[in-house]
Design a protein around this ligand. Structure first.
Ligand SMILES: Nc1ncnc2c1ncn2[C@@H]1O[C@H](COP(=O)(O)OP(=O)(O)O)[C@@H](O)[C@H]1O
Ligand SMILES: O=C(O)C1=C[C@@H](OP(=O)(O)O)[C@@H](O)[C@H](O)C1
Ligand SMILES: [Mg+2]
Length: 171
């Protein structure tokens, strides 16, 4: 296994950013989120980049952000939910400690409705999530070395389970 201590993937609203922060605290390492890297690279918030430049341009920038983060960062890394759609990104993730956070549609819909800007889920977020889930679930499952249910308990407890599973997977 190479790269960061953990790379969190999963649907928007699964809790990659929230759980990632907790996990970094538990492991006493730093936390990085590629949405923030995209924001820094573009000079504007990631959702704005996605909305203004379109998804192909966003994915390319995100691919650059993920590539740099995988090379530079040894702590916990949270990706944007759609990062795995880029074939080059998937290639770089193979051999990494990839953790898939999963949750049901109801949980995801409640969270993204109540949460910040996600341009791909404007409008009917439940229908949008269903579509995204269909396309992405096989990709998440194909990349993950650890898979964790990310609902019905808080980010801290989820992070604790991940820490145990990663330690076991490393043996
Ligand atoms: N385990 C959890 N229980 C309850 N709310 C959560 C949990 N994980 C995340 N959230 C909330 O859901 C929303 C999306 O979380 P976030 O970490 O941004 O997810 P992601 O990065 O996967 O899109 C936020 O409002 C966050 O506070
Ligand atoms: O699923 C997606 O395609 C996206 C998810 C977002 O990140 P989170 O998964 O952290 O919400 C962000 O990268 C952008 O809005 C696109
Ligand atoms: Mg996030």
């Amino acid at each position: 296994m190479t790269g960061p201590a953990a790379v969190l993937i999963g649907m928007p609203g699964a809790g990659k950013t929230s759980v990632g922060r907790e996990l970094a605290g538990l492991l006493d390492v730093s936390f990085r989120d590629t949405d923030e890297d995209v924001t820094r690279l573009a000079g504007k918030p990631a959702p704005e980049v996605l909305r203004e430049r379109g998804e192909p341009a966003f994915r390319l920038l995100e691919h650059q952000a993920v590539t740099a983060a995988l090379a530079e960062h040894d702590g916990v890394l949270a990706l944007g939910g759609g990062a795995v759609l880029h074939e080059g990104t998937r290639a770089r993730l193979r051999g990494c400690r990839v953790v898939h956070l999963w949750a049901g549609l109801d949980t995801l819909a409640d969270r993204v409705r109540a949460d910040g800007d996600r341009p791909l889920l404007d409008g009917d977020s439940r229908a949008g999530l269903t579509q995204l889930m269909r396309a992405r679930l096989p990709l998440y499952q194909g990349l993950a070395v650890v898979s964790v249910r990310a609902e019905h308990r808080g980010p801290r407890e989820i992070a604790e389970e991940i820490a145990v599973l990663l330690a076991t997977a490393a043996r």
